[in-house]
Design a protein around this ligand. Sequence first.
Ligand code: PEP
Length: 249
Amino acid sequence: MRRKMAAGNWKMNGTSAQLAEVDTLIAQTGDTGVDILLCPPATLLSRMSMAAEGHALQTGGQDCHPAEKGAHTGDVSAEMLRDAGATHVILGHSERRTDHGETDDLVAAKTVAAWSENLTAVVCIGESEAERDAGTTLDVIGTQLAGSLPNGATGPRLVVAYEPVWAIGTGKVPTLEQIAEVHDFIRSTLIARFGETAGNSIRILYGGSVKPSNAAEIFAVSNVDGALVGGASLKAADFGGIITALSAA
Ligand code: PEP
């Protein structure tokens, strides 16, 4: 039985004032029975982790460098994230793949770095609109999974987030059949690669324009273990609504 997860990605949004949303979220969220993760910008990670102490909210980074430390100006290591209170790190988000040219190989190296600090890697994969239109979605997903995931993945170490690039921040959402097709494919690929036990224990999140109004129907889809949420994670009321839908699923 996989525990459900609601993960929020604040991206490059938020200064100190935004932390008030975390206080509101904590105040309005009791024992939900699901894992709740928020990944703020690196500048807020430490303070968010402190605010979350003693509550059922975990925090994560949005990226880490594959190296342990060294001359990498502007980058953050997995150890630094762990030191700032993170338990998770998002890796290979499509915005990093696009803006920073991140390859599957690099994402795999970052995942190894995350594991070396006992961080759970939330590895993102997803097809572009052109790939969806060309009918190559499952090929693209298969290639990304093969290249971005190192050997040795288990439920505690890895969460996979399926995020169609064309659905991120656009308000467009795949049909429930399209989500089911990809999530079932990811599940069978994980089982084939990592074995029945590990493959079944890795959570698969859907991401892309999830809102309180569409969350319940998405969470009812086979092999959807929760969501990775961008825009709607910035407001406690919206993220809280998604968490409520997930706990009821
Ligand atoms: C994301 O960036 O991971 C994401 C899913 O964004 P949004 O929810 O805003 O589409």
